[in-house]
Each structure stands twice: as C-alpha cells, then as structure tokens.
Design a protein around this ligand. Structure first.
Ligand SMILES: O=C[C@H](O)[C@@H](O)CC(=O)C(=O)O
Ligand SMILES: [Zn+2]
Length: 280
C-alpha cells in the first residue's frame, strides 16, 4: 500500500477571482480521490481540514501519519470521519472492528493509534471517504448510519431542488470537536443543491459528489456571491470550499453528495443566506 498527500494553500477571494479554469481546478478540485490499494490525502490550510480516501482491495490499509500533521500518529491531535460510498467494509480502531456498510459513517476520535481499513470483498471494494480536522478532546469512536441522521427535507420539484439533508453529525448522534458531516440526496428530477446559496466564514466546507453517471457532470458554483466561478465536477470528485465562498451545484443528471465542515463552531444553522439578487 502507499499513502500519498498533497497540500492546498488557503486562497483568498481576490486571488481566486483572477484564476483561469486550470488554476481554479488545481486549487479547489480533487479529481483523483480514490485509487485501489491506496490512502490519499489532500491536506488543506482551510481550518487544517484534510480530505482523503482509503480504498482497500484484497488486503487491509493502514492509516499512516503524513508529514503535515507533525505528530507521531495521524490522529494524535485530530479526529476523523470515514464515510463508506463503496461496498461493505470494516474499520478496525485500536483492535476493535467496526462493520461499516455502504453509506455508513464511522467517527474516530482523537488519540487512536492503529486504524485499518478493509473491504469485505475485493470484488466490491469499500471506498472510504475521509475527512479529518484538528481536535482537542477525545470523543468516543462511533458508527453512524443514515437512519441515525437528522433528516431535513428542503426545496421543491418546481425549482428542481427537492432534496433531503441527512445530518449524520447532530446533537443526538455523535460528539465531535469540529467536524459536522452529512449527506444530501435528491428527489428524482431535482438537480440543484444549496440554491439559494449561503456562506459561513467561520467554517470551511468540502463536498464529495458521487452516484453520477460517467458522462454526467455537476456544475459546481464557487466564489464570493458577486464574483462567481464554476468547476465541472465528475463522479467521485471532491471540491474544497473556502470559508468566503458559496458552494452550490446543478447536475446534468442525478447525484448524491457528502458535505463536511470544520471551523469555529459546529452549528449547522449558523450561515449567512445569499439572496438571489446578490449573485453575480
Ligand atoms: O452548510 C451546509 C452545507 O452547505 C450543505 O449541507 C448544504 C446542502 O446539503 C444543500 O443545501 O443541499
Ligand atoms: Zn455550507
């Protein structure tokens, strides 16, 4: 196995507004997230959130430390959520095995040293999407299923944004230091996420888009509300949304996405709404 990482610096809105397509993609898109037999990380300077993947085949993959954390073990000063978007698998945390089925998430608290990712079958590998943020307290490791999530139904068929937000991290499900994570799925025919849009300067956010057809794209919108740009995002690619940016998208077909935030508070409702007349 190998563990790879790259680093994304924090880009300010003025710099972002001068970028061409390639520069925007280099800074804000993760287009090579999952690879069989590897753990891949994108370590960002936005709230030190790291976004990554573990895709085990026939043998288990270990969570190895990466240089940017500056610690002996990856989770010495961090917490992590692993969301499985592939076949059934398991994650063993300091000797305790947790079955992690499709669309289950496992919260792993600070201080755990030995974390191993496995697929139940090499023919249908698990795909663990990883998000990790600095932590200051060790909360218990916990499995969270979609049925445990707090469900909020939003939008309308007419506006093509009828969708259900599943807050996997909520007051009843799991305690975290910084991470707030969930999944959003759509009613058939609805394609717009997070429109009307919002910003939350105190929390950065990452979106993983998945369950897209191979020829479908999500036209993801980013930027300050009055200076928007787009990223063409394909299946199983992620975007990094700086704290100053809107994060919204429309699919040319159906899709699902996982959103994850880290920052100064864990209050999902604490956002600044962007009026439709403010978007330029
Ligand atoms: O801050 C919260 C996040 O942007 C998402 O939860 C929004 C979302 O899933 C949606 O509206 O479709
Ligand atoms: Zn948001």
């Amino acid at each position: 196995m190998s563990t790879d990482f790259d680093i994304r610096f924090a880009i300010d809105p003025v710099s972002a507004s001068t970028m061409n397509t390639e520069e925007l993609r280099e800074n804000f898109l993760i287009d090579d997230l999952f690879s069989l037999g590897n753990v891949n990380w994108t370590y960002t300077h936005y709230d030190r959130m790291a976004v990554g993947s573990a895709m085990p085949g026939g043998s288990a993959l270990q969570l190895e430390v990466i240089k940017p954390t500056g610690t002996a073990n990856f989770l010495d000063r961090r917490e992590m959520i692993a969301a499985n978007i592939g076949g059934a698998g398991s994650i063993t945390v300091d000797g305790v095995e947790h079955a992690v089925g499709t669309k289950d998430m496992l919260y792993v608290g600070m201080g755990n040293k030995d974390v191993r990712f496995a697929s139940n079958s090499a023919d249908a590998p698990a795909k663990f999407y990883l998000v990790s943020a600095p932590a200051h307290v060790s909360h218990p490791t916990k499995l969270i299923r979609q049925g445990d999530a707090k469900r909020i139904d939003l939008g309308s068929k007419e506006a093509a944004n009828e969708r259900s937000i599943f807050q996997f991290v909520n007051a009843d499900s799991v305690k975290t230091c910084q991470l707030v994570v969930g999944l959003t799925s759509f009613a058939p025919g609805s394609v717009w996420n997070t429109m009307p849009a919002h910003v939350h300067d105190r929390r950065m956010e990452a979106y993983l888009y998945f369950e897209l057809d191979p020829d479908a794209v999500v036209v993801h919108l980013m930027g300050e509300p009055d200076e928007t740009r787009h990223l063409m995002v394909r299946n199983e690619q992620a975007i990094i949304s700086p704290p100053w940016s809107i994060h919204s998208g429309a699919g040319t077909g159906s899709y699902t996405f996982i959103w994850a935030m880290a920052g100064d508070n864990i209050d999902y409702t604490d956002v600044e709404k962007v009026g439709m007349d403010e978007l330029l």
